[in-house]
Design a protein around this ligand. Sequence first.
Ligand code: GDP
Length: 444
Amino acid sequence: MAFENLSERIQKALRNLTGKGKISEDDINSASREIRLALLEADVNFKVVKDFIKKIKQEALGKEVQESLNPGQQVIKIVNDELTKMMGESAVSLNKSKHIPTIIMMVGLQGTGKTTTVGKLANRLMQKEKARPLLIAGDIYRPAAVDQLEQIGDQLKVPVYSEKNQKDVAQIVQDGLRQADKNKNDYVIIDTAGRLEIDEPLMEELERVKEVAQPDNILLVVDAMTGQAATDVAKGFDSRLDITGVILTKLDGDTRGGAALSIRAVTGKPIIYTGQGEKLTDLEQFYPDRMASRILGMGDMLTLIEKAQQDYDAKKAEEVAEKMKENTFDFNDFVDQIEQVEKMGPLDQLMKMIPGMANNPQLKNVNFDKKQIVYVKAIISSMTKEERENPELLNPSRRRRIAAGSGRPVVEVNRMIKQFKQARDMMSKITKGNFKGMDNLPGM
Ligand code: GDP
């Protein structure tokens, strides 16, 4: 999981501050030192770290923090806000053309996931906007690249434009665009060649493609696993092509986080999407604020809710979000959620998106036992309709009846109900963006 070490270390540094009635300059200095080391070890650009620490110190030593009732939490909020700013403040969307098609040119080094990401992006646009994209196979040097794109096209039922014997990529792109006009495609996504390193012939070719295509978006695909090197690559491509945004792939791998944290600050260009796996559905919008709260262990409920949205109707997900906020989430919703979550993917990954869970040491060695879910469902299905809707009704005699009905021990029933209530309260606080709830979170 990305950012695990960074997250752990920053949280540790901040934990020493929470609960203190007063914070001294020494406290701030030592927390800053820890955070600085953690960021450098996560491979964040040196200058970005320096600026970041300077701002944190400035603000944390400010009068308002010193005089506030809970200075520790104030400092956490400052770190959260500055981390968010470092990654760009708010989410950035693709540029849309006034006339169809909107043209997206994808660039990047070989092996970063460019061709796969062309497919992921097409899939995302089809899902979110019912788009009708055309893909252009412009990577004619890597022999398998055209076949790979065609396979992706087959899988998604999306047309792929290619010319097997053409050596002039700009010509292929021009012909492909003509085809898109004829077919009235609303998006064109152009795959381009990659090399192991930035070199002059590659840049010249990409400049020619840019000239011909006049793209609305030039998206650079970079591999998060390469850390700060990804930032250098971004600088190199940007200086020649004036990219419009970055897609950071392989964020599901064991990344230290340096690329995600430095790219915006170093290049001024936003990360628009992140790749979080090899499947064509594994592309997510990048939200700096959510990423910051994930790093600080405040979880990422919103991403979780969005992931759920992909699988079932938006209205339902909105209702759930609203219920979490209003604290009226009941056992029916809970079972619903369990079933949705089971569809969404490996539970240990999902758990880490839940506030307070990311660095929960108990989670490290947990093997998610599918049986547990079956038991939880059995317990809930032994409740009456009223009990499911109103967990407050569950007095000891009702609990004993439920235990007998589900064949589970009373202690297990009690534990499940307690955990449900705790989770519900936590979700309510988090979805309201309430920092005051944080002192109740494990690990904070
Ligand atoms: P290209 O040379 O840049 O076109 O790279 P490819 O699209 O062929 O991808 C290279 C490898 O990276 C493939 O094995 C992909 O499945 C894998 N890959 C791409 N994106 C991701 C991602 O977000 N996460 C993971 N784990 N693997 C990815």
